[in-house]
Design a protein around this ligand. Structure first.
Ligand code: ATP
Ligand code: MG
Length: 240
């Protein structure tokens, strides 16, 4: 398992995990998505699950090239529409090349950002029509939805301060104004409120270890429910 999408679990895959599980981390800049995605991927691997850790935009050779183009400071003239389509293009490649095959093989896919990032940034932040941004997601993903999204929520200034403390992480998006990031955060909040069963919202100002423990407990719980439902369905199928 790594950021370019190889699976490196050497453990046997339990039968119960056969249909996979799709876990997505969302949230504003510097909220700890990459940190927590890495930790939960390692935690699940230790329990014998096969895990694929991916990031957006990227996770495929083509997607990483799109990522470079989007995040390059030289792309300052990029229009919101162009940006939205490029994110969707990278996502289409990721879904087709990595996510769907992994889910079919029973892998837990942990993705650092997915569709809701486009809704929050391109619709909420940049002001494109939500209906348009949703429409291109349908093309990119074929309607694939995460089994669970974790929203790491924190005040915008705290997240940006964390990012700016790490110069290697600075990219074109850091120059956008605070109001933009506030709109992104608000949009994430609305998305989570509209689908409470699909999201877990966490206070990302908590220390990383506490966040990791909360996330692990929630994900293990969901996976157990999922496994139980599948084995019941399999037994029912066998009886009829
Ligand atoms: N819970 C936390 N408390 C304090 N600092 C944290 C916490 N989680 C992560 N950090 C630090 O904040 C910075 C950003 O973390 P990380 O890269 O995981 O966030 P991110 O959400 O992936 O950011 P980005 O939006 O830039 O991709 C890193 O320097 C990381 O070590
Ligand atoms: Mg990150």
């Amino acid at each position: 398992m790594n950021q370019t999408g190889e699976s490196r679990s050497s453990e046997p895959v339990p039968d119960s995990a056969e249909a996979g599980f799709f876990l997505v981390f969302e949230g504003p800049e510097g909220s700890g998505k990459s940190t927590q995605a890495r930790v939960i991927a390692e935690t699940l691997e230790r329990t014998g699950r096969q895990v694929l850790l991916l990031r957006e935009p990227g996770g495929t050779a083509i997607g990483e090239r799109v990522r470079t183009l989007i995040l390059d400071p030289a792309s300052y003239a990029m229009l919101p529409e162009t940006e939205a389509l490029l994110y969707a293009a990278a996502r289409a490649q990721l879904v087709g090349e990595q996510i769907r095959p992994a889910l079919s093989a029973g892998t837990v896919v942990v993705c650092d950002r997915f569709v809701d990032s486009s809704l929050a940034y391109q619709a909420g932040g940049r002001g494109l029509a939500m209906v348009d941004v949703r429409a291109i997601q349908q093309l990119a993903t074929g309607g694939l939805r995460p089994d669970l999204r974790i929203l790491l929520d924190l005040p915008v200034r705290i997240g940006l301060r964390r990012r700016l403390a790490d110069h290697q992480q600075v990219n074109r998006l850091d120059t956008a104004d605070i109001a933009f990031h506030e709109r992104v955060r608000d949009c994430y909040g609305n998305l989570a409120r509209q689908d409470p069963a699909g999201w877990i919202v966490l206070d990302a100002t908590m220390p990383p270890e506490r966040l990791a423990a909360t996330i692990a407990a929630a994900v293990v719980d969901r996976l157990r429910d999922r496994d139980e439902a599948r084995s019941l369905a399999a037994n029912d199928g066998g009886a009829s």
